[in-house]
Design a protein around this ligand. Sequence first.
Ligand code: ADP
Ligand code: MG
Length: 695
Amino acid sequence: MSNVSEIFGSMVFNDEVMKQRLPKDVYKSIQNTIKNGKHLDLTAANVVANAMKDWAIEKGATHYTHWFQPMTGITAEKHDSFISPVGDSAVIMEFSGKELVRGEPDASSFPSGGLRATFEARGYTAWDPTSYAFIKDSTLYIPTAFCSYGGEALDKKTPLLRSMEVLGKEALKILKLFGNEDVTSVKTTVGPEQEYFLVDKEMFDKRPDLIYTGRTLFGAKAPKGQELDDHYFGSIKPRVQAYMKDLNEELWKLGVFAKTEHNEVAPAQHELAPIFTTTNLATDHNQLTMEVMQKVAKKHGLVCLLHEKPFAGVNGSGKHNNWSLCTNTGVNLLEPGETPYENAQFLLFLSAVIKAVDDYQDLLRLSVASAGNDHRLGANEAPPAVVSMFLGDELTAVLEAIEKDEKYSAKEKEQMKIGVHILPKFPKDSTDRNRTSPFAFTGNKFEFRMLGSSASIAGPNTVLNTAVAQVLREFYDKLADAKDFTSTLHELVKDTIKQHKRILFNGNGYDESWIKEAEKRGLMNLKSTPDAIPHLLDEKNVKLFTENKVYSETELKSRYEILLENYSKVINIEALTMVDMAKKMIIPAVSKYTKDLAKTVQLKTSLGMDAGYEKEVATKLSGLNTAAYEKAKALEDEIMKVKGIADPEENAKAYEKYVISAMNELRVVVDEMETMTAKEYWPMPTYGDLLFGVR
Ligand code: ADP
Ligand code: MG
């Protein structure tokens, strides 16, 4: 391997490259655009575009693309070559500022939830200079936002950028109250830990369910699962090791800070964690990471599964969204401080997050809702569908002391007074060992653990940023004109804890008793996607987003539709795939096996031999196969019935209620048949093959 520092960011048009290649004044204007969101004029844009093109061509690029994140959840791109004709027979390589700043993909087929009437047909992409351009597959990628001509966001990036802006603004106002004159901007930071499965490509190719849906729709349990815990942090197999090495190198070239990797709980499951960075970069990088993971896997004869629940009965995959706020002077605002003054500021931001999570628990829940993640949340491995916060014992004790005007430890002489007393030092390890909490304070950041592995992190971060921004503004309004700042602050923190402590829970989130307790506390338990999504249009939530200018009401309505429609479409594809596999692969295979068994019975009986085994298995399987056929037909009927429902909410609920239950019924019969059918007859690789097949 070449030197890491040499390859790191070698394919990125980053600050260093800009400094080298741009005239001083242009470099200054682009810095001003990146750091302060100032408009870049066309003359400067032309110079940047030209420098970008020359750099890209030197690195072997021939094309460029505006890269964006439509509501499909995956990234989209449309490649154009740099070539411009000169006269009849010659070409030059060109790329103008106009082409850099704005693109018009023929994007009429992206989901827009009715935002773009098809006669308008197009949205446009606008350069996001805060995320560096990069080269991948001989193409210069330009990160962009995707909007309609009416200015409505058609992507995941635009609202995220808006939410970062509003949070930055509100946090800065608060910091000024605390006298931080040197701070000029605040950004949110994120480090998303990404889980995934690796399976052998040859086996993958034999499973239509994996091909069409990314998860197994049938499959009896393998004799071995994850019960021995021997995979978690276990030694990495050579083939996987080779994959990870290659993956890291590819990511480093793109400037993605891939740092740690290890085996996860389930067999064939792994995790990649990057070093955290600014949220919009982290979002772009996470999308890139998912793409590169899949691409590199193919080179190694593997397939990378990013689905939340590829296999029943073993853990699914999520994404831990480590989140904090950082000033341009490098101060982490969720780091407990050394002095009473730093502590006061920390406690204020902490209280703001507590209130935000409690007030907008429904939004946080729905921001992670998808058909895939429904298999995980609330199951015995991922956080429950109820949102709660873990603060750890020490910090909880401090908050209790503040709430009740008590001493926070036996050693202390006086009551805990914010702005006067120093917080105890929290040993870091003791803060984050509760893995069952959906939203845990881990020493100097919060870890939102409900995200699904395949989804963009943009949505959850948009919610989190906006909710915290809203609360910070409310806090600011109370503090700005306070006569006695310290005591107003103390009362504010105290009241916030009092009003929102129901969201705090340090116990075992997997425990059934917690769900009951949560209900008593009045916390929401939105069990599925169709339960959760409709809350997007609740009055308080519409108010939050519109007042903070993160989503317009029209944008929210469109998202509500897209999310519900997406759910229904996913279930529909899964159901159709099941019917197809049952009718064309599984039922015929079992029929063939029973036929061969029956023939053996005939032959053996005619020879006077005992055919008890063959007869019993054939009879049982015949019965089950008929049942499977009936269940497949019943599933088909349900699909037909719900398909016509026009209202997206009703439609999604019908898919959940009728189609999913019919799918489950079919699966039970098929999985039982699998356990009785000779391996050579079973028409596809089994769970054992898939989960333990990469050696
Ligand atoms: P874990 O025990 O969950 O593996 P780590 O301490 O290794 O926790 O960190 C997990 C992730 O948190 C990493 O991606 C790391 O970069 C990220 N992280 C650390 N500090 C911050 C921060 N201030 N803001 C956002 N993410 C952070
Ligand atoms: Mg973690």
